[in-house]
Design a binder for this molecule. Structure first.
Ligand SMILES: Nc1ncnc2c1ncn2[C@@H]1O[C@H](COP(=O)(O)OP(=O)(O)O)[C@@H](O)[C@H]1O
Ligand SMILES: [Mg+2]
Length: 248
């Protein structure tokens, strides 16, 4: 425990801004430190290095394996706003939606769900970060990027050949379908671009095709992707993309 607390303290004290420090205090409660310690003990990773992203619902860190391989450690935050967002997806039918209290078990189920969705997508041929382990609200997966930088979001990447990137994205959309899932938050903000290829991330909210809102969310995903590539002068509409995904 001592070693990890030293690492976390070092990360925390690097933050000058009080908001960021508060984030650290929220994320690293005692239970979470124990989970991280356990993952280190099991050699899932060896060191927690630096934060890559601090979102409303999760904080993502760069970590290193004992073999030097980069790992992404995504820690779901225990806040009320997270639960308002999450409960819509977790409970099947929005008509029966109750706003749930931010219970730890619900949060753990969410992390578990993201892990299982990663496994299911990877098995179907979707390019996702290889999942390594989930424990409570902590998900460990392959880090996309290198020591110098994380992979940029597709949104911020410079694309030499938008048509080729579109084709690659289409293959991934078909594979998500093959996994019988709908991503449900797909856009240029949840696709990374690395080594000339897209990588699908942030699959915690992904739902099976028989979810009552699967259709609606599928259309939204398709619309986001079609608009993004259309702006890059790829010849695509939501209708043509949907057809290509379903008939592929
Ligand atoms: N496996 C990964 N490798 C590299 N960077 C990652 C990885 N997973 C997430 N990130 C970075 O962290 C950010 C937030 O992760 P994401 O899963 O999208 O959570 P959220 O959007 O809910 O905060 C991403 O936009 C990306 O920049
Ligand atoms: Mg995201």
């Amino acid at each position: 425990m001592h070693l990890l607390e030293t690492q976390v303290d070092a990360l925390r004290s690097k933050e000058k801004d009080t908001d960021a420090r508060r984030t650290y205090d929220q994320v690293f409660d005692h239970a979470c430190l124990l989970v991280l310690q356990h993952l280190i003990g099991e050699d899932v990773f060896a060191t927690l290095d630096y934060p890559v992203s601090t979102g409303k619902e999760a904080v993502v860190f760069h970590a290193s394996g004992s073999d030097g391989a980069g790992k992404a450690v995504k820690i779901y935050r225990i806040t009320n706003s997270t639960f308002k967002t999450i409960s819509v997806y977790i409970e099947g039918d929005p008509r029966f939606k109750r706003v749930k209290k931010a219970t730890k078990p619900t949060l753990f189920a969410w992390a578990q769900k993201e892990y299982l969705n990663l496994v299911r997508m990877q098995d179907a041929g979707v390019r996702v970060p290889t999942p390594a382990r989930v424990e409570d609200n902590v998900l460990v997966m392959e880090y996309i990027g290198d020591d110098t930088m994380p992979a940029p979001l597709l949104r911020n990447a410079t694309l030499q050949d938008p048509q080729a990137v579109f084709n690659d994205t289409l293959e991934n959309l078909r594979a998500i379908r093959k996994a019988k899932l709908v991503h449900a938050d797909l856009s240029e903000y949840n696709l990374l671009f690395w080594d000339g290829k897209v990588v699908v991330i942030d699959v915690g909210q992904s739902v099976p095709l028989d979810h009552p809102r699967a259709e609606e969310w599928f259309h939204r995903d398709i619309g986001n992707i079609a608009h993004f590539f259309h702006r890059l002068r790829v010849d695509v509409t939501p209708q043509s993309l949907e057809k290509a995904v379903l008939e592929g």
